[in-house]
Design a protein around this ligand. Sequence first.
Ligand code: HEC
Ligand code: HEC
Length: 384
Amino acid sequence: MNVDRSAAPRFVPVWDIGVRGFHWMLVTAVLVAMSTGLVFGRTSLAWHLGAGVAVVVLVAWRVIWGLLGPRYARFASFAYRPAAVIAHLRDMLHGRHRRHLGHNPLGAMMVFALLAALTALGLSGAISLGGMLKQGPLRAFLSYATGVQVLDLHYLMALLLLAMIGAHLGGVAFESWRGQENLVAAMLTGDKLAQFPEDAAPPARAHPRLALVLLLAVLATAAAATVALTALPGRGAPPAALDPVFAEQCGACHLAFPPSLAPKSTWNGILADLEHHFGADATLSPGQVTQIRNWLGANAADHWDNLPSHVLRLPAADGSRRITDAPGWRQRHHAIADTVFAAKPVYRRSNCIACHADAATGQFAPQDIAIPDAAAPLRAAAPP
Ligand code: HEC
Ligand code: HEC
């Protein structure tokens, strides 16, 4: 930052580019994470995960810069003692305004609280991703139930973060008014008006190169660990490979439905009456039936701990053997109009792969859901 110091300095650099860049990139990433997480639904998960990773990387940078950055970036410059916070509150109550060029004691507490909340959101997000969707670095270690519980926590923390952001904006507005200075502009330009001689004290030396090297080292380590952990099989996730007899016989007319999509009772019911198979004759030799029954039984929804197996393991109450009649299936697809299912190229509800690109693997990841373009316009046109 080039500031003319030849005359008595009026403006002093306070927020360096490391802090400002962090701040506004964080604003962007949090906006994307909040909107994809709270508004746009599960099919925007890829964007949500991208924003979440960006937030975590930014927080890591801020921690490093809080140790190696210039004067006002450093945690040490705004790690106030409780007594200072109380004195600040007392000043506020009595209408006294003591100016802080960097963060004031309350603002400083908010910075630390925001960093902690963002870290907790990143962690709880990774836990629910690993447990529920069997994705990400924690997929090998966590149960579906843990993922579901922690997702509730993730959601609550997102609401808490929104409240904190509201308080932060309120604080900025209040301090701008009280001190008659535009604090938003200061976070854009980095400069603030110097009022006291000590304001112009030379800033503590920053170590930008060391900070960047440290950040890269942290990122490289985290990336390597993530790649290694993500290569482990998901805990309780079914393998994609199918029994060859099943794949050939039960994949002849439609997608060979992964066995994790229905409970053992449904599969046994289907195999008990292949002659009248949803209007088709799918009769097989007794030997083939036995082999398929054993394999389906050993790999049915009851055996797995991934999202589809939990959603679909309860069969329809009326005894229907359709996956698409299972209450969990109905619940997940109730917002989709009948006309969408009937339209080309979907044609029928059971044609999972038309909308779930990964249907054959049994994963049904949110990132792989897309209603085909030809059918999509009907979604809006259809009656509710
Ligand atoms: C001769 C063709 C044919 C063969 C072979 C066949 N099916 Fe089907 N299957 C159908 C038809 C037709 C439907 C009904 C599709 C629809 O209405 O959505 C169906 C539907 C199903 C459904 C219900 C889908 C839903 O709506 O939830 C399941 C489950 C199923 N089949 C499993 C199997 C299994 C297991 C095998 C192997 C033992 C098998 N199918 C072999 C033709 C076949
Ligand atoms: C017309 C397109 C379409 C078809 C066909 C379809 N689905 Fe879906 N499915 C969706 C959409 C869209 C969602 C996401 C709904 C939402 O936003 O909550 C979804 C959600 C799901 C989910 C929950 C995913 C999650 O992360 O919560 C599962 C499991 C699922 N579908 C299974 C199936 C199975 C099994 C079939 C075939 C028997 C099937 N779907 C057929 C469009 C489809």
